[in-house]
Ligand binder design. Structure first.
Ligand code: TLP
Length: 343
C-alpha cells in the first residue's frame, strides 16, 4: 500500500523500476526522421499483437483517436459514436475541431450499440445530408463501468459496416482488460475493426503513450497527421522503451485489478445510498450512483480524501479504478472508509 490510495484512474500508475531502467538505457534515433530503433520495435510489436499491418506510437489515447478519425473521414461526413463514449464526451470535441465531421451519438446496452439502429442511422449523402463514413466503438467501455463489448455485437456491427462500405475504429484504450476479462484474444477484437487504438499508459503502467494500429497505408497517412498535430517526437525511444515492457510484462497482471474491483464492488453494493449492481463490474472500473440522505457526492469525496483515498466524482455518481498501484490493503481501507462515511 502506498501513502495515498489513488483510485481516480489507472492513468495514475507509476512506471516500474524496470521501465525506468529501460528508459535510461534505450537506444534512440530521431523518430520523425524514421530511425529510432526502439520506437520501431514497439510499433512492430504492437502491430503484431493486434494483428494489423502497421502501428504508430502516439503521445496519448486522445491523439490516437483523433488521428484515426481524421485519417478515415473527410469534411461533410458524419461519424456514429456511442452516446457515453470517450471519443464523443471526453476528447475536447476533436471530431468537430480537427476532423470537421458531425458526431451522431446513439444509445446502447452497456456500450454495445444495436446493429439495426446503427444501420438505420447510416446516412447517404444529399444536398442536405452528410455521408456516414465511420463508426467508433469503445472496448472496454469506460463510462459503462469498464464493460466488455460482446464479440457477437462487434461481429454484427462489422457486417453492417461492410454492407455499407464504412469503417470501424475501435477505441481500445483498455482492450487488454477486455481480453483478460473475456478470454477473447485482442487480435479477435481488433480483426473486427479497421483500426484500433490502445493505451500503454493506463493499466499497463507506462508513463506515456498509446498505439494506433491498422492497414499500412492508413498508418502512413496517420503518421503525417500526427506530425501536423505536433505529435512527432524525436528521441522517442526513451518513451517507447517502457511501452515495450508494458506490452511484454504488464498484461498478465490485469486480472488482479479485475478481482480487486469485483471485491470492492461486492463489499459496497449494499451500503446506504450506493446504487451499484456488482455484476456490472466486469473489469477494473467501478462506477456507481450515490444518493445518500446525509452525504452528498462532494462530501463523500472529501471524506475519502481526509482518509487519504482518492476517487473521481461524476455527475450523480463516483468512479473507482483499480490498477497496479492499488493492492489488497488499499481495497480494505476503501471498504472501511465507505462504511464509516456512509454509516
Ligand atoms: N480516459 C481517462 C479520462 O480521460 C477520463 C481516464 O481516466 O479514464 N479512450 C478511453 C476509453 C479512455 O478512457 C481515455 C482516457 C482515452 C481514450 C484517452 O486517453 P489519454 O488520456 O491518453 O488521452
Amino acid at each position: 500500500m502506498s501513502e495515498i490510495s489513488d483510485f481516480r484512474s489507472d492513468t495514475v500508475t507509476r512506471p516500474t523500476p524496470g521501465m525506468r531502467r529501460a528508459m535510461a538505457e534505450a537506444a534512440v534515433g530521431d523518430d520523425v526522421l524514421g530511425d529510432d530503433p526502439t520506437v520501431q520495435e514497439l510499433e512492430t510489436l504492437a502491430a503484431g499483437i493486434v494483428g494489423k499491418e502497421a502501428a504508430l506510437f502516439v503521445p496519448s489515447g486522445t491523439m490516437g483517436n483523433s488521428v484515426a478519425v481524421k485519417a478515415w473521414t473527410r469534411e461533410l461526413e458524419e461519424v456514429i459514436v456511442e452516446a457515453r463514449s470517450h471519443i464523443f464526451n471526453m476528447e475536447s470535441t476533436h471530431l468537430t475541431f480537427i476532423s470537421r465531421v458531425t458526431p451522431r451519438p446513439l444509445g446502447s446496452r452497456r456500450g454495445a450499440m444495436d446493429p439495426d439502429e446503427v444501420e438505420a442511422n447510416i446516412r447517404k449523402p444529399s444536398v442536405h445530408i452528410p455521408e456516414t463514413s465511420l463508426v467508433c466503438v469503445e472496448n472496454t467501455h469506460n463510462n459503462w463501468s469498464g464493460a466488455v463489448l460482446p464479440l457477437a455485437n462487434l461481429k454484427a456491427l462489422r457486417s453492417v459496416a461492410d454492407k455499407h462500405q464504412i469503417r470501424i475504429h475501435m477505441d481500445g484504450a483498455r482492450i487488454f482488460n477486455a481480453s483478460t476479462a473475456s478470454g477473447i484474444p485482442v487480435k479477435d477484437y481488433a480483426a473486427l475493426s479497421d483500426s484500433v487504438m490502445f493505451c500503454l499508459s493506463k493499466g499497463l503502467s507506462a508513463p506515456v503513450g498509446s498505439m494506433l494500429a491498422g492497414p499500412r497505408d492508413f498508418i502512413d497517412y496517420a503518421r503525417r497527421i500526427r506530425k501536423a498535430l505536433g505529435g512527432g517526437m524525436r528521441q522517442a525511444g526513451v518513451l517507447a522503451a517502457p511501452g515495450l515492457i508494458a506490452l511484454t510484462e504488464m498484461v498478465g497482471r490485469l486480472g488482479q485489478d479485475h478481482a480487486r474491483a469485483k471485491k470492492l464492488a461486492s463489499a459496497i453494493a449494499g451500503l446506504p445510498g450506493v446504487k451499484l449492481d456488482p455484476a456490472d463490474v466486469e473489469t477494473n472500473i467501478i462506477i456507481f450512483g450515490l444518493s445518500h440522505p446525509r452525504v452528498s457526492i462532494a462530501e463523500f469525496i472529501a471524506g475519502l480524501r481526509k482518509k487519504r483515498i482518492l476517487a473521481l466524482a461524476l455527475s450523480g455518481g463516483v468512479r473507482f479504478v483499480t490498477h497496479k498501484d492499488i493492492d489488497d490493503e488499499d481495497v480494505e481501507r476503501a471498504i472501511s472508509a465507505f462504511k464509516e462515511i456512509l454509516a
